[in-house]
Design a protein around this ligand. Sequence first.
Ligand SMILES: *[C@@H]1O[C@H](CO)[C@@H](O)[C@H](O)[C@H]1NC(C)=O
Length: 476
Amino acid sequence: MSPGPRAPGPVLAAFGLLLARLSSSSAVPDVPGFAALFGTKTRYQEVNPNPSADPSVLRPPPGERCVPVHVTAVVRHGTRYPTSRNIRRILELSELLTGGRRDPGGAGGQRDPGGAGGQRDPGEAGRLIRDRWECWYTEDMDGQLVPQGRAELRQLARRLAALFPALLSEHNVRKRSVSFVTSSKHRCVSSVEAFQEGLHQHWGRHGAPDYAHRVDDELMRFFERCRGYVEGVETNRTALLEVEKFRHGDEMEAVRRRVAEKLGVAPQRLTPDLVETAFFLCSYELSIRSVHSPWCLLFEERDAQVLEFLSDLQQYWKRSHGHAITGLSSCPLFHHVFRTLDKAGRPRRSTDPPPEPASILVGHGETLLPLLALLGLYKDQTPPTASNYHSQHGRQFRSSRIVPYAANLLLVLFDCQRGPRLQLLLNEAPVRFPGLAEDAPLYRDVRAAYRHLLDGCDSRTECEVRPGARGPSTEL
Ligand SMILES: *[C@@H]1O[C@H](CO)[C@@H](O)[C@H](O)[C@H]1NC(C)=O
């Protein structure tokens, strides 16, 4: 099937139809109940429903006089179109359905009397998708930031400017003492621009700001430059075995059967990849167009939980604690952040140039997850595996909550009576450093906790280690 027009007509029509059906019952749910389980495709508002520039999130010890002197923000780009790889899968999935419309009964190939092959009668969801949904995705959309994503970054910038008025001030930005660094990907460059638009709006300025940023993939896309990581993990099937096992395991098999039934296709034609694609479609239509898509009707809460776990397994083993080299690949960014903090916290003579008040670093989920892993955050006692889904309901490692669109890690340095203090916030909520008891511990205690990394964590040696020479870091 050729990709449909971009006009929202058919989707909205399906939505209208859906509304008409649902409004016979009392409340019309405008978002699926599982919208907070979309992993890295989760909307920021699911994680932080009422973001506000509330200064009570800044937590230096009460009674100690402190002023923020620097903020570093590591920010993920906002909501985007699917990447071309996912768009190709979307086209494949939509072809599977329309193929059946043209050739009812025969598309499945196998014509076994038991009815295991071919098209079946779709359920309500399958009918809505076939009749009312038109595929509007085209490959050229490839991961670009969407208007909603621009808005997320503008709003984040406005809140941060309100929270740190003396740091993200117009004066500081104009005299270029705030640095803006981004990954070279267009969704990130667009995000850093949207961030600057947000600041501009916050100061009550009209028109376009004087955009200024520096592209630095060594910092923001370190993951593709670390050979030990690329060969040892990213492209190594063995390293991602738990993900593959779960993808083809019992829990996913049950989801696949239920979804195939609702879609009216033979289960064997709906690969686990296509089940994920259908789930992503539900997420894309919500995040990009704020539409409760008929694709969402294919899933129940229990299915969404299984798919969330699959996504967490993937992030855990590919982008986080699963293998030590993944965290270590972020050493360049780790050192950059701490060098900036060191400078900002150092006592100065009045003749020294003032330190950088803020550093805005825009990248990817793949930028944030390894850095958080290196810092030791969100590490559960038991790693998630293909066989422990049922004991992982209380896990800390939830990619939906950690890296939604526009996810952000803030490192806020305070000048306090007893010396500098550092606070971490993830998605604008305080997070503690592992092993440190305060929200904003003394900076020297943070440095002591990460001493081994500050003195080492050399990506040249870590990344060039012969893959396989290092054991996996898991407790398995
Ligand atoms: C792939 O991953 C496995 C498991 O972590 C590891 O033992 C093996 O050495 C890796 N292979 C390569 C080529 O890095």
